[in-house]
Write a protein that binds this ligand. Structure first.
Ligand code: ATP
Ligand code: MG
Length: 316
């Protein structure tokens, strides 16, 4: 007696008839052409970082090279521990590289500076200051008078849609609102680049989707370059002009993908062939096919299941 093994498969992405993620419509190709003509804002050259740990040296980053152009939106994606946060902390000047260098507008970066704004996953607002005072904080430090700082802060708070909450304290706001204040605070200093490390990672799916739309709207309206780290493939494709894909141990550049989805973006594009083709490529890079020994182990398990089925009478 032979058991019939019916393999039920969820509709796998590789079975869909998708274009290549490398295919670009004329509109998208022309946009990338124009984008590459813009001045380079950020240059990362031969960047490496090693940490000395209890179990020896950890190479967090190795030979990272890329550049971003003015008003470009670049997402960084990669498996956990591949060095994404280390990279962004080096760009922010919070960590020094072991090798290589970072240039902003052609000048080597040493330490933090107002030319780079940071937004992290955790809520980093000062809890004892109101929304307005949180946003004014950096403005006062860069020497603006109180009146000017207040006026400018209110413009940024309005931009993120929180005008009515200017006198609220952080604990009176939702997670999404707090992150909007954090974005306003980072943008108020008019940085050249906004560095964002999983800024929406702690938000629920709906709030997250709204925050993505807010961020795109802000980005379209002001002169800002954005480097955005995420774990979420959909988020990366929806937001980015290009996606820097890292691999782990050591953290190296796997691929720099030009997202073929036309701009401006809308949630309706999530199911477009270009979107799915890019997602399929990211899946391949981030979750590569199982190693041969794993496949053999799976096969063995399947054979065991089949033979149990076959010999069901003799087993009992
Ligand atoms: N201060 C540190 N001291 C020692 N090792 C560190 C330090 N910071 C990071 N590392 C190591 O460097 C590697 C990269 O860490 P990093 O936090 O940059 O990864 P990540 O890609 O941001 O991960 P995740 O997706 O989980 O946030 C890890 O192996 C981590 O253990
Ligand atoms: Mg991280």
């Amino acid at each position: 007696m032979h058991a019939h093994l019916t393999v039920k498969q969820a509709p796998a992405m590789h079975n869909l008839d998708l274009p290549s993620y490398l295919e670009q419509s004329d509109q998208v190709g022309e946009r990338f052409g124009r984008l590459k003509q813009r001045p380079v804002v950020l240059e990362v050259e031969q960047l490496g970082k090693e940490f000395e740990g209890a179990h020896g040296t950890v190479t967090a980053l190795r030979d990272i090279n890329f550049r971003t152009h003015r008003r470009e939106f670049v997402c960084v994606i990669g498996p956990s521990g591949c060095g994404k946060s280390t990279l962004i902390r080096i760009l922010a000047g919070l960590e020094t590289p072991s090798s290589g260098r970072v240039l902003l507008d052609g000048k080597v970066v040493h330490g933090p500076g107002p030319d780079r704004g940071m937004v992290f996953q955790g809520y980093t607002l000062f809890p004892w200051l109101t929304v307005k005072k949180n946003v004014m904080f950096g403005l006062l430090r860069t020497g603006r008078g109180k009146m000017v700082a207040e006026q400018e802060a209110m413009q940024w708070i309005d931009l993120v849609g929180l005008g009515k909450f200017a006198s609220s304290y952080p604990h009176q706001l939702s997670g999404g609102m707090k992150q909007r204040v954090a974005i306003a605070r980072a943008l108020a200093n008019q940085p050249r680049i906004l560095l964002m490390d999983e800024p929406f990672g702690a938000l629920d799916a709906q709030t997250r989707a709204r925050m993505q739309a807010y961020l795109l709207e802000i980005w379209q309206n002001i002169d800002i370059t954005i480097l955005f780290i995420t774990h979420d493939l959909d988020e990366a494709i929806y937001l980015a002009d290009r996606i820097l894909v890292l691999k782990a141990h050591p953290g190296e550049v796997n691929e720099l993908i030009e997202v073929p989805v036309p701009q401006p973006r809308s949630p309706a594009q999530f199911l477009s062939p270009e979107f799915l083709a890019t997602k399929k490529r990211l899946e391949e890079l981030i979750h590569p096919p199982q190693a041969e020994e794993d496949i053999n182990a799976d096969h063995l398990n399947m054979v065991r299941m089949v033979s149990v089925d076959d010999d069901v009478e003799s087993v009992f």
